[in-house]
Design a protein around this ligand. Structure first.
Ligand SMILES: Cc1ncc(COP(=O)(O)O)c(C=O)c1O
Length: 305
């Protein structure tokens, strides 16, 4: 199923795709007051399974809490609704987008009296950075836009409004011929991609910025820590200066959309030998092995439809 077909779960009921609408004066349209999640459903040998559904729903609740947005469903109800959305749409492999937003009511900035709506959509979504990027790697540009400073827009909340900054970075990168942007924080340290966490490898050790560096605490980022531990690869959280990118042996992105994608050039400087590196390959193979049901899911990351 592609965009534009099927059913969307909207405030507890399934509605036709084209009827999942909201008023143009909804608070979210004017002030970006939404929180959302993205997750993937993978086709495995044992059937379709959603990756880390409960953890994603927990993060949705955290994001909503930060924005004082009471969600009118329990985490378990939303997990069940997510599984049902995939079932109802008869999707074997797809991307799932649960989200909550402030609806129609008050037109001022204060959202507290506006209703909170919750919806879940699912559709086919292939490889986010292109089919070839998983093997050949993506090119990235250090953005001229910085991530919001701490105590401005909370990066631990996955909120719609955060993605204005991400859009600026992504548009600039794409229009200049790169696949993706790498954004620095206001102190000049490496943060993340426009919709991915970032890892660098140097002398056999994986490094990534800490959650205090204005990043989203990515679910796939957490998987990389767990997989690295399983594979006995050292992984550390450090503030990383921009130039650490250029002298890395390997770089890779992690994210629900991007999965594990190598980055083979930054600002047109080849990373290592300009090809997917051995540690990236190991992490990538293990990740895809688990999500495709070929490696035992010892961390209970898959929930079967
Ligand atoms: C800004 C940002 N950072 C990191 C990520 C990766 O997070 P996850 O692995 O949970 O998809 C995403 C994608 O959701 C994102 O939008």
């Amino acid at each position: 199923m592609t965009l534009g077909q099927g059913k969307i779960w909207y405030d507890g009921k399934f509605v036709d795709w084209n009827n999942a609408t909201t008023h143009v004066l909804s608070h979210v349209i004017h002030y970006g007051s939404s929180v959302f999640e993205s997750m993937r459903c993978y086709k495995t040998k044992k059937g379709s399974a959603i990756f880390r559904v409960a953890d994603h729903v927990d993060r949705l609740f955290d994001s909503a809490k930060i924005y004082r947005m009471p969600l009118p469903f329990s985490p378990d109800e939303l997990c069940q609704a997510i599984l049902e959305t995939v079932r109802v749409n008869k999707l074997e492999e797809c991307y799932v987008r649960p989200f909550a937003f402030r609806g129609y009511g008050n037109m001022g900035v204060n959202p507290l009296s506006n209703p909170v709506h919750v919806a879940i959509a699912a559709w086919d979504w292939g490889k986010y950075l292109g089919d070839e990027a998983l093997e050949k790697g993506a090119s990235a540009k250090v953005s001229s836009w910085n991530k919001s400073a701490p105590n401005t827009i909370p990066s631990l909340a996955k909120a719609g409004g955060n993605y204005l900054n991400a859009q600026l970075a992504k548009m600039e990168a794409v229009q200049e011929g790169f696949d993706e942007a790498i954004v620095l924080d206001v102190f000049g340290y490496v943060c993340e991609g426009s919709a991915e966490n970032i890892f660098i490898v140097r002398n056999g050790v994986i490094f990534t910025p800490p959650t205090s560096a204005s990043i989203l605490a990515g679910m796939t980022r957490h998987c990389v820590f767990v997989i690295a531990k399983d594979l006995s690869i050292r992984i550390e959280q450090h503030l990383l200066p921009r130039e650490a990118l250029y002298i890395a042996d390997e770089i890779f992105f992690s994210g629900t959309a991007a999965e594990i994608t190598p980055v083979t050039a930054v600002d047109k400087i080849p990373i290592g030998d300009g090809k997917r590196g051995p540690i990236t390959t190991q992490i990538q193979k293990h990740f895809f092995g688990i999500v495709q049901g070929e490696i035992e899911d010892t961390h209970a990351w898959l929930t079967y439809i």
